[in-house]
Design a protein around this ligand. Structure first.
Ligand SMILES: [Zn+2]
Length: 272
């Protein structure tokens, strides 16, 4: 199946070198009941499966922040890392396989119920000089195959993913979560839009530099085991360490992280 493709180290390296890729890309996530109109920017056969450390808990001066890393035991990094990973081997954080694609959030022009045309939704931010700037809401969709990307793979076997946009609705908040996809034949005009390279994003999320810098002060045994029902059965899952302590299920945590990353993204753009 096309979706099982994993990118080789060389390919990722090449893409990272050619694109620079200094900009932070936010996540696009759904909470229970959310409906978002999106167009996928990554071709179906290019959507990689990635071994991911999600919800890595990192202590900060005033609490906790959450971060996402690509595992350095992912086949793309295995050669470089000698198949070692600080999160797996030292800190004891559990990695899971997810699929990753870039998408842009859209706004629709409707006639009655029917969507006639779509344009990229824009996000405003203030740059370093205090000028208001706008960027299209391009983000990273990180989901499993079941429930999400398997649908898009099946769709692409019938129609090109690139010729469609989707209204995606999330229903449910935990293991019963379903995503409903409503395909729309309108696509946004992307002529003047700079799309970041997915490979360079993955490269950055699994880079030795990120592991060195961002995992400072993260201790062995400090992490919850999200893969087992949101920390149930994990000895430290109940401790109250402040307001940043997550509640709810794993998928809603993506939303929390996405919110944090949005702020970080605006800051990163402000200095770029
Ligand atoms: Zn790992």
């Amino acid at each position: 199946m096309a979706l099982d493709l994993r990118k080789g180290t060389d390919e990722i390296r090449k893409a990272a070198e050619s694109s620079g890729g200094g900009r932070f890309t936010p996540f696009i996530g759904w909470k229970d009941g959310d409906v978002k109109l999106v167009h996928f920017l990554t071709a179906a056969q290019e959507i990689p499966k990635v071994r991911l450390h999600a919800f890595v808990e990192i202590p900060t001066d005033d609490g906790t922040r959450w971060d996402t890393f690509v595992c350095r035991k992912d086949p793309a990094f295995r050669e470089e890392s000698g198949n070692t990973c600080k999160l797996c081997d030292e800190i004891g954080h559990v990695a899971t396989d997810k699929f990753m694609a870039l998408a842009v959030e859209l706004e629709a022009t409707k006639e009655g119920k029917k969507i006639k045309s779509v344009t990229p939704a824009m996000r405003k931010f203030e740059d370093r000089e205090g000028n208001e700037r706008e960027v299209p809401q391009i983000g990273l969709v990180i989901q499993g195959a079941k429930n999400f990307f398997s649908y898009l793979g099946a769709y692409d076997e019938r129609e090109d993913l690139s010729d469609a946009s989707f209204e995606v609705q999330r229903e449910g908040a935990s293991t019963d979560t379903k995503y409903h996809f409503f395909p729309i034949s309108a696509v946004p005009d992307l002529t003047d839009i700079e799309v970041p390279s997915l490979e360079s994003i993955i490269e950055r999320m699994g880079s030795e530099e990120k592991y060195e810098t961002d995992l400072e002060g993260v201790l062995p045994g400090s992490q919850k085991n999200w893969s087992k029902g949101g920390g149930k059965g994990s000895s430290n899952s109940k401790k109250e360490t402040g307001t940043a302590q997550p509640t709810g299920n794993l998928r809603s945590q993506f939303e929390e992280i996405a919110e944090q990353v949005k702020g970080k993204s605006a800051a990163a753009e402000a200095v770029s």
